[in-house]
Design a protein around this ligand. Structure first.
Ligand SMILES: NC(=O)c1ccc[n+]([C@@H]2O[C@H](COP(=O)([O-])OP(=O)(O)OC[C@H]3O[C@@H](n4cnc5c(N)ncnc54)[C@H](OP(=O)(O)O)[C@@H]3O)[C@@H](O)[C@H]2O)c1
Length: 352
């Protein structure tokens, strides 16, 4: 499965917060090598180190410093491009790249809910990649757009995926979301310091719909959403990285706590079976301590690719309640997209 030479990749929106996370996550990747960087005309023509104010911990990787940033137009970019572009421009530009034959592995919300676009979490719905030929036939292009979910959706959906065998009926989720999820400069210090903001534009709608598509059934032509209902309350809190979510769930069968914890712990899937380079050995880590998971203590573990679950207990309104926490810019953005591309390579899709 390991490619003979490294596969060259480009990044659309390379100068932004998620773009920088892509560069950091792809450093020393065994299969992919960053060769091309795209951003707006404000950055085009400059070396990456001149165009970008590096906002992540540690130094900007040496290998990208001198790459000259280009405008996001198909032409010079490698066939595989990761997209971290501003949502206001992603629709048209991603489409133009797919029309020109590129594989666009996108973080942006723009195409996620289109019926022929895979919205993937490789551990949860790898079979939805079978939408690829449907999309190519519908659109008449050789390229492909594949998306990963919103950062809050990923954490919730990975935890729910382990409970699928018990029949998910209704879910209530309250999030405490990190400020890095708002990009840079994000939320003003005057607003978020010692405060909670009970509104994140568009977030609740995404978290109430995206998991149903991801947990839905591929019919051969499209995806039938899971017939469940989700109610989301999304809040911004003064945490740097890591979205924490409290979840209550109603299930069709009536499992015991031991059965549910065993299901979280046993949850494995295609990325683990195939040993994909960015797949965490254990996608869900159930923690016994009564006060965990916590973002400050747990978010960097497992390279930010596992979701941490804890505090399973009976819910007096629905059946069970628990806490889930995951890294919003890694598992919820750059790491998610890289794992999608690894799954695509392992399916032989990048060669088609
Ligand atoms: N932050 C998160 O945790 C997170 C998580 C999941 C998904 N997302 C999604 O990922 C995307 C990027 O988010 P972000 O936080 O990284 O935003 P950001 O920091 O504002 O970065 C936006 C990027 O888009 C580029 N861009 C802006 N206008 C452009 C244009 N006309 N043509 C080409 N490129 C253009 C910018 O280039 P310049 O530097 O040249 O302006 C920059 O590289 C968004 O769609 C967001 O919703 C973010």
């Amino acid at each position: 499965m390991t490619p003979k030479g490294k596969i060259e990749v480009g990044i659309l929106g390379a100068t932004g917060m998620v773009g920088q996370n892509f560069i950091k996550f792809l450093q020393n990747h065994p299969w992919f090598q960053v060769k091309w960087l795209g951003a707006s005309d404000r950055s085009a023509g400059k070396r990456y180190s001149e165009a970008t104010a590096w906002r992540l911990d540690g130094e900007m990787p040496e290998a990208v410093r001198d790459i000259v940033v280009e405008e996001c137009r198909p032409g010079n970019a490698p066939r595989l491009v990761f997209s971290a572009m501003d949502a206001s421009v992603a629709t048209e530009i991603e489409r133009a790249f797919a029309e020109a034959g590129h594989f666009v592995v996108s973080n942006s919300k723009n195409h996620r809910m289109e019926p022929d676009v895979p919205l993937l979490i490789p551990e949860v719905n790898p079979d939805h990649l079978q939408l690829a030929p449907v999309q190519r036939r519908n659109r008449g292009w050789r390229g492909l757009i594949v998306t990963n979910p919103n950062c809050t959706t990923v954490v919730l959906t990975m935890a729910l995926a382990a409970l699928r065998p018990f029949g998910i009926k209704r879910v209530i989720m309250t999030s405490m979301q990190a400020i890095s999820g708002a990009g840079y400069p994000g939320v003003a210090g005057m607003d978020i310091n010692a405060n909670v903001i009970p509104f994140i534009g568009g977030e609740e709608e995404k978290v109430e719909t995206e998991p149903l598509k991801i947990l839905g059934r591929f019919t051969g032509e499209t995806v039938e959403p899971l017939p469940a209902r989700i109610s989301a309350h999304c809040n911004r809190v003064p945490v740097v990285d890591g979205h924490t979510e409290t979840v209550s769930v109603e299930l069709a069968s009536k499992p015991t706590a031991e059965e549910l914890i065993a299901a979280f712990r046993a949850f494995r899937s295609v990325p683990q079976e195939r040993g994909l380079p960015s797949a965490p050995p254990q996608p869900l880590i159930y923690m016994e301590q009564h006060d965990r998971p916590q973002p400050r203590r747990d978010v960097e573990r497992e390279r930010g690719m596992s979701v941490f679950v804890g505090r399973l207990r009976p819910c007096p309104v629905l059946d069970w309640k628990f806490v889930a926490m995951g890294h919003n810019t890694v598992r919820g953005a750059a790491g998610a997209a890289v794992l999608n591309a690894e799954l695509m390579h392992s399916e032989g899709l990048l060669e088609t």
